[in-house]
Design a protein around this ligand. Structure first.
Ligand code: AMP
Length: 398
């Protein structure tokens, strides 16, 4: 990323601003059940509207696959945005063509309009130049505030940015600044925590991190594959034995890069995969044949704790155990609280993201204490993997 323009760099007064937002919110019976994504983009909408722009919201909802699917209309979302914004939000029944043009031309300066689901058109996901041009026809300026959709090169997230002047919205700006602090240009030493169920979904992530960071804590179910690769008996634990060679290769490569790999030294073992199942802690060299590792043990946590204490920056994706079930949440909760304490004291920059990680930090009650918590699932992971996000690249100044 070489830099990007923001709302500070243009005057939206009297202009038709096409603002790409993420309104792919959870709905139940036509009602929005979680407004987090809407709340995130309110500052950008308000700022553009207060400055006299005509704010035209573009968004996708669900996977209608290029067809009009009435159940996936954004109409009910317009009402929720209006309530949260505290001003009317008009709704346009199409995002291109005559209906869109008519809805936009009816706007006064400062008005807000939400257009129908961009994915009702095939051209959206195909990043079809004709569809992008049709979008560009109804706007003067493009603002992207949907980081969570930035890993996809779609017409409204990427193509459009090349057709009219393009800027990052405030939520996108905050996300990019935080991510830059996490891995782009971080204070060193940097420690990464990678947890979760499977190695198979995190190979690219590990490969990239060992190039970039000073230490990687490997936790959760995926640590079992690494322990297995080192010759430990991991009993009945979740393990991708076919990936033992991959795990070994990653450990060897990390050594060559001077990146420490921190694996569990003890583990909380149960015999049933359920909350409050009877459990005991064992060293990793003594895991019972019929037992399942469900969390890292206390000694492992102490090692993680001192590794975080030595770091200036922490990036985190994936829980250290089966945190949805008590008491197997303990190492994840303890790690979250410890990182939050160091962050509050100004001794750590902490950036975390991914669905389960956000849930775990919320469970620990400390999400607000982290420097930044990204709710963007796929885009956050691709960023952590070092991949270029097309929606961000299209905003970058060269
Ligand atoms: P992921 O989607 O790969 O980030 O994995 C998150 C899931 O991994 C969570 O639902 C955790 O409960 C699960 N998990 C973490 N540690 C373990 C473990 N030791 N055994 C089984 N599942 C685990």
């Amino acid at each position: 990323m070489t830099g990007f323009k923001t709302l500070d760099d243009f005057n939206p007064a009297g202009k038709r601003v096409l603002l790409r937002v993420d309104l792919n919110v959870p709905m139940d019976n036509g009602r929005v059940t979680d407004t987090t994504r809407i709340v995130r983009v309110l500052p950008t909408i308000t700022e553009l509207s207060d400055k006299g722009g005509k704010v035209v919201l573009l968004a996708h909802f669900g996977r209608p696959k290029g067809k009009v699917v009435p159940a996936m209309t954004l109409a009910p979302v317009a009402e929720t945005v209006s309530k949260l914004l505290g001003k009317p939000v008009a709704f346009g029944e199409d995002c291109i063509g005559e209906k869109a043009a008519a809805a936009v031309s009816a706007m006064n300066d400062g008005d807000v309009l939400l257009l129908e689901n961009t994915r009702f058109h095939e051209g959206e996901e195909k990043n079809d130049p004709d569809f992008a041009r049709a979008l560009a026809e109804i706007g003067d300026i493009y603002v992207n505030d949907a980081f969570s959709a930035a890993h996809r090169a779609h017409a409204s997230t990427e193509g459009l940015a090349h057709l009219i002047p393009a800027y990052a919205g405030r939520a996108m700006q905050a996300e990019l600044v935080a991510l830059e602090k996490g891995l782009g240009n971080p204070a060193r030493p940097v420690i990464a925590i990678v947890g979760g169920a499977k190695v198979s979904t995190k190979i690219d992530l590990l490969e990239h991190l060992i190039e970039k960071v000073d230490a990687v804590v490997i936790g959760g179910g995926m640590a079992n594959t690494f322990l297995f690769a080192q010759g430990y008996n991991i009993g009945n634990s979740l393990c991708e034995k076919a990936l033992a060679d991959t795990a070994q290769r990653i450990m060897t490569k990390a050594e060559g890069k001077n990146c420490a790999i921190i694996l569990p030294v003890d583990a909380v073992v149960a015999w049933h995969f359920e909350a409050n199942a009877p459990h005991r802690t064992y060293g990793v060299d003594a895991i019972p044949e019929d037992g399942m590792i469900l969390d890292a043990g206390q000694q492992s946590f102490e090692r993680i704790r001192s590794a975080i204490e030595d770091a200036a920056t922490l990036v985190w994706n994936g829980p250290l155990g089966a945190f949805e079930m008590k008491p197997f949440d303990e190492s994840t909760m303890n790690t979250a609280r410890f990182a939050a304490t160091l962050t509050r004291a100004g001794n750590l920059v902490s950036v975390a993201g991914g669905g389960d990680t956000v849930a775990a930090l919320n469970q620990a009650g400390i999400a607000d204490d982290f420097t930044y918590v990204s709710t963007a699932g796929g885009a956050f992971l691709e960023w952590m993997e070092g991949k270029e996000l097309p929606g961000v690249a299209a905003l970058s100044k060269t």
